[in-house]
Design a protein around this ligand. Structure first.
Ligand code: MIC
Ligand code: SF4
Length: 644
């Protein structure tokens, strides 16, 4: 039987397990990436594992999220990451060099290799044919130490593309179309492979926009074939020798095939507050806009920026609109500057921000009260922009630029002919923003520098047979990690300071939660379906752990968050009968019984002592995860193995 692209790469990296969907496999990881908001914790964990030097073929530490530096905290964290990178054999991409996923695509991505990154959008590299996964910091630390990365063998979905995008319709619209079809939970447990004749019409950056937003589907990852277009992109980056062709076999079998005819798509937007709330721009046209942001790891390539510049050229942004432009990398910015496109953008009134995540993660440029913000980003969760009542729409760079000019949501097709965009044959390569590590000899006497903001890993708890705890919080469906552990300029500087971060836990849902949880000492959180969707931030598990959360009972979990809960030693449980969710209320006294056996058999009983009722729960853990939970988390397990 033929194989899919992902099955070929998995087979070549399989360390243990069988490639049967639903069973656990472990993969050898060739490369890792971290960013600074998750990186401090990842390197604290790497140090705790106690390996002297990374064992991967390449590991890169990027600084791109926490670049605002209002106070010493972020700068101290950058110094910690820079010195840890130098000592442990990791390349350091300094602030200003660009957003991790964009720089990885340009300078490091290699078809056919495996990559894990402590950022949920790591699958962006699937645009260049890499098998790339978002993971918690601890899983990345383990991979840097030479350990395998475990996951449930995903099912294979194929999206078959035919036709060609019409002028003004873009890869972003393809991402929005698949979100419309599958929803934010439709990708859970699946790898999405893109294929068909239509693929040949998409450039590598366009493919990367699509694989990037596969994270919003909850997909394990997304991947494109590595073909002639990939080869040309690598050649333009001076890296043709990194090219290997990879295609699915013609008789590869998929669990589901979705057909999209590119020529039928039109410009679209994801409306507030979910990436799958998709509507055609034609239905939204005329809505007044107060802010437009171009950039993020989804849409910050040179091609994206050049099209925005071409639309803005010779025009002015509407007086009511504030527009930001954050090029994805130093390469993009310097090429925009040398070809004059930057002048066209700032001439039109756009504000140039640095090559970083910026407004995407609420690091500045928050919209005005109740403002309508059009963003070329990938997430529009409530409050993520930093303005609680803002309404964020996710759109293509073309829709963003057209709307910035008019001040209203605008169908760019009304602007007339699509401007001519000339892509260079060769990109300007300057890798001086990436600092290589010290040699093992030099590293011996080199000190990693920690600032006072770095507080270490919270206390962990080995599994007990019974957990008696209060239900301190009940939340609904599709709770994101931005609900559990919000980001933004005020909170992100404390990513290495869990006690301080805990003050903000679940703030979007219930600001009284941290105090209540602390008072309860031990607690259980109840959630709906797709609990923990979105980011890979393990802080959404570590902070609840610090606040005493011992178990989360939900209708279903998002993949990375479930892994992070297990790694933190928090028990993830699901309702055998989803209707039992309705019977539970905040404040109920709960008991989980028979846990030692339950984690093995998969059956756990929940007693609600307040209401005197019982519910059957499901505990779906692999044998490896059972060991982790018993020990009280992956770090505790690693420590106990070292001690024996
Ligand atoms: C995000 O887009 O939410 C982030 C910030 O990049 C996160 C990582 C983080 O929380 O640091 C992600 O996507 O994993
Ligand atoms: Fe950065 Fe936004 Fe991409 Fe996350 S989604 S990596 S915050 S640009």
């Amino acid at each position: 039987m033929g194989q899919t692209i992902a099955q070929k790469i998995i087979a070549a990296h399989l360390v243990s397990g069988e490639m049967i969907p639903g069973s656990e496999i472990s993969l050898h990881i060739d490369r890792t990436l971290t960013q600074d908001a998750t990186g401090t914790m990842a390197y604290i964990e790497f140090e705790a594992i106690g390996v002297d030097r990374v064992k991967t073929e390449l590991s890169v530490a990027y600084i791109d999220h926490n670049t605002l530096q209002s106070g010493f905290m972020n700068a101290d964290d950058h110094r910690f990451i820079r010195t840890a990178a130098a000592k442990y054999g990791i390349h350091y991409s300094r602030p200003g060099n660009g957003i991790c996923h964009q720089v990885n695509l340009e300078r490091f991505g290699v078809p056919g290799k495996t990559l894990i990154g402590s950022d949920s959008h790591t699958p962006t590299a699937g645009g260049i044919g890499m098998l790339a996964f978002g993971a918690g910091g601890l899983d990345v630390a383990v991979a840097m130490g030479g350990g395998a990365y475990s996951m449930i063998m995903p099912r294979m979905y194929r999206v078959n593309l035919t036709g060609k995008l019409s002028p003004w319709v873009t890869a972003k619209d393809v991402s929005l179309e698949i979100l419309r079809i599958l929803s934010v939970k439709g990708g859970v447990g699946n790898i999405i492979e893109w294929g068909g004749e239509g693929v040949k019409t998409l450039s590598v950056p366009e493919r990367a926009t699509i694989t990037n937003m596969g994270a919003e589907l909850g997909a394990t990852t997304s991947i494109f074939p590595s073909d002639e277009i990939t080869r040309k992109f690598l050649a333009a980056q001076g890296r043709e020798s990194d090219y290997t062709p990879i295609f699915a076999d013609p008789d590869a079998v998929y669990d589901r095939v979705i057909d999209i005819d590119l020529s039928t798509l039109e410009p679209m937007a994801a409306c507030p507050h979910s990436p799958d709330n998709v509507k055609p721009i034609s239905e939204l046209a005329g809505t007044p806009v107060s802010q437009v942001c171009v950039g993020s790891c989804t849409n910050s390539s040179l091609a994206d920026m050049l099209s925005v510049a071409a639309i803005l050229k010779g025009r002015q942004i509407a007086p009511s609109v504030g527009m930001s432009v954050s090029p994805g990398s130093k390469q993009v910015l310097s090429m925009l500057s040398s070809c004059g496109a930057l002048t066209d953008m700032i001439g039109a009134g756009a504000r140039l921000l640095e090559c970083a995540c910026g407004p995407c993660i609420g690091m500045g440029f928050s919209p005005e009260s109740a403002g309508v913000s059009l963003r070329t980003f990938n997430r529009n969760f409530e409050g993520r922009s930093g303005t609680r009542d803002a309404k964020v729409y996710l759109v293509s760079p073309q829709v963003a630029a057209a709307s910035a000019i008019t001040g209203f949501i605008t169908d760019p097709r009304t602007l007339g002919d699509y401007p001519q965009i000339n892509m260079p044959e060769i990109f300007t390569v300057d890798d001086s923003g990436v600092i290589p590590p010290l040699s093992p000899e030099e590293a011996k006497n080199f000190e990693v520098v920690r600032g006072p903001n770095i507080k270490g890993y919270p206390a962990t708890y080995p599994l007990t047979d019974e957990i008696d705890a209060e239900l301190t919080l009940k939340v609904g469906d599709n709770i994101t990690t931005d609900h559990i552990m919000p980001a933004g300029a005020a909170i992100l500087p404390y990513r290495s300071n869990i006690p301080k971060m805990s003050e903000f836990c679940f703030n979007v849902c219930d600001p009284a939660f941290p105090e209540r949880a602390k008072k309860a000492g031990k607690s259980i959180v109840v959630g709906g379906s797709n609990y923990g969707q979105g980011s890979s931030r393990e802080h959404a598990a570590l902070v609840p752990l610090y606040l005493g959360v011992r178990a989360v009972v939900a209708k279903s979990f998002a993949r990375i968050h479930k892994d992070n809960l297990v790694n933190a030693g928090i028990l993830p449980l699901t309702f055998a009968d989803a209707a039992d969710y309705d019977a539970l209320d905040q404040g109920d006294e709960l008991t989980l019984t028979g846990l030692n056996e339950g984690i093995v058999t998969g059956k756990v009983t929940l007693k609600d002592k307040t209401k005197n009722i019982e519910a059957e729960l499901v505990c779906e853990l692999s044998a490896r995860q059972q060991q982790i939970i018993k020990a009280g988390g992956l770090l505790a397990l690693t420590g106990s193995r070292k001690a024996n």
